[in-house]
Design a protein. Sequence first.
Length: 92
Amino acid sequence: MEVKNASAGTLESGDILIQIFPSEAEGVQIDLNSTVAYQFGEQIKTVITETLSGLGIDHVAIKATDKGALDCTIRARVTAAAVRATGKDVWA
C-alpha cells in the first residue's frame, strides 16, 4: 500500500501529534517523544503498532509527540493519519 506523508492531532495537553512517513525499512519504526514515556512509552508504541497492523499498514516511520493522550485518542489519531496517508477510507 502506498503511503504519503500525513499527520493528525495537536500538541495540546491530553492529545498526541502523529506524523506518518513512507519507509523502506521492514515494519513500523516509531520515534516517540513523550513526557510520560518512562511510564507509558511501551504501551503507546503498542497501541500505534496494533492500530497500523489492523489497517494493514507496514513499512512506515512514525513520529509521535505525546502530551498525555489516552489509548482511545492515540488510536483515533493514528487512524486519521493513516487514512490521510493512504487515501483508504476505513469508515466506509
